[in-house]
Design a protein. Structure first.
Length: 337
């Protein structure tokens, strides 16, 4: 007896397109987009986005008209940012041989790789710093001191070989005068795979300023003065630790007025997204010691906390990490013209 088995063909179910949902307003909604319309507000899956390694930040889209019009919602790539805050003390010829200026700093540094320029080897940099100092005045003015620095430029980092770049620094100084100055900073170095780096950096005056300075307490007199940024030239050695992420630099050189220049800076990560930054710069006046030398002396000491938002950490090796510090009183010295 032969039993013939019947072949059973099971038909594959056809894809079912979900029915459009209907909100309380009677308007159709597209389920695959994960969007629900309620009144004039559009809710979607984008509202549930959280901070991720793509640098995005959750921010839903809001309807601006009842027929479902949407406006684009900007996304912030936090990995391109660094924020800092701290304290500093500094002096220079603008202090007229009197008290140094002590105060507070806060600002940021931002970078972005230029993939379509320079075959992806160049990175753009922009920074901002605000300084509030001299909060109790000095012996020659009752005014407190407010400064603003803006830095813009390009740089290239390397594992081995030439590394460098250039930036333009702008400074606005609001004190017993109102002054605006520009300088250009440049750096060129040779990077070794061991993390050692030898190089040269410079800063040169790009614009002058004339101020009506009000000097004297309690009856100030007005004098006209001309100012410029000090030309700086220095050789440096920098080391980056691959184990700890710490970066240290020492430098020495001279100014365009034949003054001496020495300094150092150090950045040490102490948590995943936090680092401690310390710096000092000392301009040794050609005039030597005494009243004339002390009035031409310049120095800066700073201590800052640095925060790295997003998925970037203080220990990362990042080719887009800012090569230049934002302009400040440690790299932007001022002298009378």
């Amino acid at each position: 007896t032969f039993i013939q088995e019947e072949s059973v063909l099971q038909a594959q179910p056809e894809p079912v397109t979900p029915e459009p949902a209907v909100a309380a307003t009677g308007k159709a909604v597209t389920p695959e987009e994960g969007i629900v319309i309620q009144g004039d507000v559009v809710y979607g899956s984008s509202l549930s986005e959280t901070l991720g390694c793509d640098g995005g930040i959750g921010c839903g889209k809001l309807g601006i008209c009842t027929d479902g019009c949407l406006i684009p919602c900007p996304r912030i790539d936090w990995q391109k940012w660094e924020f800092f805050t701290g304290v500093s003390g500094f002096t220079g010829p603008a202090n007229r041989g009197g008290h140094g200026s002590f105060g507070f700093n806060e600002g940021f540094n931002w970078t972005s790789s230029l993939d379509r320029i320079g075959w992806g080897y160049l990175t753009a940099q922009a920074g901002f710093r605000a300084v509030q100092s001299g909060l109790s005045g000095t012996d020659f003015t009752e005014e407190d001191r407010k400064q603003t620095f803006v830095t813009l430029g390009l740089f290239r980092r390397a594992d081995w070989g030439l590394q460098g770049g250039a930036v333009v620094d702008y400074m606005h100084d609001d004190w017993y005068y109102d002054m605006d100055l520009l300088q250009v900073r440049a750096e060129l170095s040779w990077m070794y795979p061991s993390g050692h780096e030898f190089g040269f950096w410079m800063a040169t005056d790009a614009d002058h300023a004339r101020t009506n300075s009000r000097v004297g307490v309690p009856f100030p007199t007005t004098t006209t003065e001309e100012w410029r940024s000090t030309d700086l030239y220095a050789f440096f050695f920098r080391h980056t630790s691959c184990d700890t992420g710490a970066v240290g630099r020492i430098f020495g050189g001279f100014t365009g007025s034949k003054d001496g220049l020495i300094g150092a800076d150090l950045t040490v990560p102490f948590a995943t997204q936090w680092a401690l930054d310390a710096e000092f710069t000392y301009l040794i006046p050609e005039e030597g010691s005494g009243p004339e030398g002390s009035s031409e002396e310049g120095w800066n000491v700073g201590l800052y906390l640095v925060y790295y938002p997003g998925c970037k950490t203080a220990y990362d090796k990042n080719y887009n990490k800012p090569l230049f510090d934002t302009g400040g009183n440690g790299n932007f010295f001022v002298d009378r013209k």
